[in-house]
Design a protein. Structure first.
Length: 148
């Protein structure tokens, strides 16, 4: 754990609330709350809409920096679909609805992501251990061959 890392959440419910707050900060261009809440262990993972798989804290941190540099002046709302909890691991499935200024654009863009988040209870409480977010929120008969 890094010295600047914030306190983990005491309960799964608090972790879910904190997750929404960090996504809201992310939408404004601030990745620090996400970095602070993410576990810094070598097994953490991130699969974000920009592509690829980041594995280990160094790669995840780098991918977060890449993504957050493209967002500003935004906000996020969540629709919780499901929550699964067993022992020291919990997973949520959500739809996130984003409204942000993307890249150098001045107009606001809206998009939705389907998101699977894995939380892990560590020695100091619940932390983010895995996030998979992609824009494939609608059904498509082309399945994996779809272009959008």
């Amino acid at each position: 754990m890094c010295p600047q890392q914030t306190a983990a959440a005491a309960s799964l419910e608090q972790a879910m609330e904190q997750n929404l707050l960090i996504m809201r900060a992310f939408a404004t261009g601030d990745s620090q709350p996400t970095k602070d809440f993410y576990s810094h262990r070598d097994d953490v993972t991130l699969v974000n809409p920009f592509g690829g798989i980041s594995h280990g804290w160094k790669e995840v941190s780098k991918a977060l920096d890449y993504a957050v540099a493209r967002f500003r002046d935004g906000d996020v709302t969540l629709e919780h679909i499901a929550v699964y909890e067993s022992g020291d691991i919990a997973m949520t499935l959500d739809l996130e609805h984003w409204r942000v200024k993307f890249g150098g654009q001045e107009q606001t863009s809206e998009f939705s992501l389907r998101v699977s988040t894995t939380f892990r209870r560590e020695s100091d409480g619940w932390r983010l251990a895995h996030r998979h977010a992609d824009p494939l929120v609608t059904h498509s008969p082309e399945g994996p061959l779809r272009t959008r």
